[in-house]
Design a protein around this ligand. Structure first.
Ligand code: CAA
Length: 259
């Protein structure tokens, strides 16, 4: 990737594309440029056949403390409609390869919504999740009321959205918001290990698997089941399906081609 970014850092760790917010003085508050850079980097990794999985992270103190309040304080509804900042969260949803959020410190407001728009969340013990928009006289606007409720249920989501309750990493794990919790010291390393395991799997099946799981959030059960069935059948047209099953039968590791 040759693009130069101001507010993010990008790198490759094997078949994993790493995107790291780099606006520490503002606790990685998500301004327009940071979001544009982040989505552009993720879309470039998504289009790169050498990359199988992506990790989105911040720093020890903050994943991201939300949308940039200073940037939007004087906005009007018409200005927001004309300049659809929140579309960046929709573009994250459309990334076809798995994206893991590695969350340490604050994941608040739009930051929590960004983590929830990823496919998995790996937290460090210092992670704090919250939707404190009510304290600003607004509500979550990038999926918080919907994805949080689907993840943790109505009772807790209401408390977080109505009263700004934060969840610790341990609570987030117990309520099903995050996949794993690691000590701060090896959190990113462990997340990259998990991401590399995923990235080593059959590439086409990985994308279909992500699409199939996400279907539950987008369509009624009968349509989701039919969609899953079509994706399952479709995979029998790939070389990797033939390879995977032959490798199993012959008791050898599969050698994926991504086609
Ligand atoms: N936007 C802009 N700047 C922010 C910010 C944000 N969301 N969060 C933190 N910052 C800035 C602070 O203004 C401060 O900058 P200065 O040094 O220039 O004053 C710097 O980051 C450090 O922050 P604090 O001094 O406040 O640090 P703290 O440790 O005392 O508090 C905090 C940490 C509890 C996270 C606090 O910063 C905070 O409450 N931040 C706002 C969280 C929030 O309300 N997020 C929701 C935003 S709205 C949204 O996201 C809408 C949506 O759904 C899309």
């Amino acid at each position: 990737m040759t693009q130069q970014f101001e507010f993010i850092l990008t790198s490759r760790e094997g078949r994993v594309g790493l995107v790291q917010f780099n606006r520490p003085a503002a606790l990685n508050a998500l301004n327009r440029q940071l979001m544009a850079e982040t989505i552009s980097a993720l879309e470039a990794f998504d289009a790169d056949s050498e990359i199988g999985c992506m990790v989105l992270t911040g720093n020890e103190r903050a994943f991201a403390a939300g949308a940039d309040i200073k940037e939007m304080a004087n906005a009007t509804p018409a200005a927001m409609l004309d300049n659809p900042f929140i579309d960046y969260w929709d573009r994250l949803r459309k990334i076809s390869k798995p994206v893991i959020a590695a969350v340490s410190g604050f994941a608040l407001g739009g930051g929590c919504e960004l983590a929830m728009a990823c496919d998995m969340i790996v937290a460090s013990e210092s992670a704090r999740f919250g939707q404190p928009e009510i304290n600003l006289g607004v509500i979550p606007g990038a999926g918080g009321t919907q994805r949080l409720t689907l993840a943790v249920g109505k009772a807790l989501a209401m408390e977080m959205v109505l009263n700004g309750r934060f969840l610790s990493a341990d609570e987030a794990y117990r309520f099903g918001l995050v996949n794993r919790v690691f000590p701060v010291e090896n959190h990113l390393e462990e997340t990259l290990k998990l991401a590399n395991e995923i990235a080593a799997r059959a590439p086409v099946a990985l994308r279909m698997a992500k699409e199939a799981v996400n279907a539950i959030f987008e369509m009624p059960l009968a349509a989701g089941l039919a969609h899953e069935r079509r994706l399952f059948y479709m995979l029998f047209s790939t070389e990797d399906q033939k390879e995977g099953m032959e490798a199993f039968i012959n008791k050898r590791p599969a050698n994926w081609q991504g086609r």
